[in-house]
Design a protein around this ligand. Structure first.
Ligand code: FES
Ligand code: FE
Length: 371
């Protein structure tokens, strides 16, 4: 695998033991060449989350999507989600344009009209001659997995098994049964910060006393522990204060407790590269990130509740305020990272999950296994 265009000595410094290490080199946050490398190797060649399969499939049989720098066609037939390269097997025209969806039983190439069934097999190849056998020209299929309701695609096929990617995270998330929950609210943010900065900020509460008065009212910022289990993810728990039922402005829940989950903690897990999952006693919130530029990231924040819950506003209000506090901090960190005087700084003991995340990235940049 090709190494990232990131200073190897800087990566060595990031990989020193926690307490001696520093953050990633400046170019990791600012250089378009690094983002191009990440799109290819961290997104297209790993398991990237494209969203919830029920939302992607809703009202469609196929849709265009992107996994890092690779354009894909997703198809939905008989309850199965599949992913294919968005490249016609005739002369390579794109089958779908960005954002395009359809509800027919075949995907038709707009160039010479070859059509493909939803399983990628050629349905018709007009006027190719009587002796032409289309059976060897099906669409290139890409590994896809649905887990807890989310669709993941490995567009270059080089990632290991999805179960190894998840590792110990699978058992931590399973009790919340996210696949049984319903989307009740969504906010889309565009944040002027690198996508990794947003994850780094997510993985520590060292900043909470300074910028999150609402959060500190319901959850002690020094509470909880981080996990160190197999898999390409980082995360930990935080406690709720004794008088708080969930993360909301007054600590009250107006939802329904999720059965079989710890009612006293909130778990924050980040699955490499782009899905942050926040597990509450009564709802699940996700942040799905898509890098747009080195200093610009689209974030889709979603709140999932049991179907019977009609008013998610207690959770949305709390997290929208907290999100905006975080985005302001991340945007300031980005401006700092772009300064000629920026130097990678050290990590506090409480930033152990940031350390785990940064070392995972540094190993990936060097072409080594993430975990
Ligand atoms: Fe698609 Fe010719 S390139 S039909
Ligand atoms: Fe925060």
């Amino acid at each position: 695998m090709v190494r990232a265009p990131v200073d190897p000595q800087g990566l060595e410094a990031a990989l020193r033991p926690h307490g001696e290490s520093v953050m990633l080199p400046q170019e990791a946050y600012t250089d378009p060449a690094v983002l191009a490398w990440e799109r290819r190797h961290f997104f297209a060649d790993k398991w990237t989350c494209l969203g919830r399969v029920d939302e992607l499939a809703d009202g469609t049989t196929y849709r265009a999507a992107r996994v890092g720098d690779v354009a894909v066609v997703l198809t939905f037939a008989d309850g199965a989600a599949r992913a294919f390269a968005n490249v016609c097997r005739h002369r390579g025209h794109e089958l779908l344009q960005p954002g395009q969806t359809g509800d027919r039983q075949a995907v038709v190439c707009p160039y010479h009209g070859w059509s493909y069934n939803l399983d990628g097999v050629v349905k018709a190849a007009p006027r190719m001659g009587e002796t032409f056998d289309p059976s060897g020209y099906g669409l290139v299929e890409l590994p896809a997995e649905v887990w807890c309701g989310w669709l993941f695609v490995n567009a270059l096929g080089g990632a290991g098994p999805f179960s190894e990617h998840l590792g110990g995270m699978a058992d931590l998330v399973a009790p919340y049964r996210p696949e049984s929950l319903t989307l009740k609210a969504r906010h889309s943010y565009t944040v002027a910060a690198n996508w990794k900065t947003i994850a780094e900020n997510y993985h520590e509460c060292y900043h909470c006393p300074l910028i999150h008065p609402e959060l500190c009212k319901v959850s002690p910022p020094t509470s909880g522990d981080n996990w160190d289990l197999p898999g390409a993810w980082v995360g930990g728990t935080m406690d709720l204060r004794p008088d708080a039922e969930t993360m909301s402005l007054d600590g009250r829940s107006r939802g329904i407790p999720l059965p079989g989950v710890n009612p006293r903690t909130v778990a924050y897990v980040g699955l490499f590269p782009n899905l942050l999952v926040s597990l509450h006693p009564d709802y699940v919130m996700t942040h799905r990130m898509e890098p747009l530029e080195p200093g610009l990231t689209a974030i889709e924040c979603s709140w999932y509740f049991p179907a019977e819950v009609t008013d998610p506003s207690y959770a949305v209000e709390f997290w929208d305020i907290t999100n905006r506090e975080d985005w302001a901090a991340c945007e300031s960190v980005q401006r700092g990272a772009e300064s000629p005087h920026f130097r990678p700084g050290p990590l506090a003991p409480a930033e152990d999950a940031v350390y785990q995340w940064v070392t995972m990235l540094a190993r990936g940049y060097l072409g080594k296994p993430l975990s």
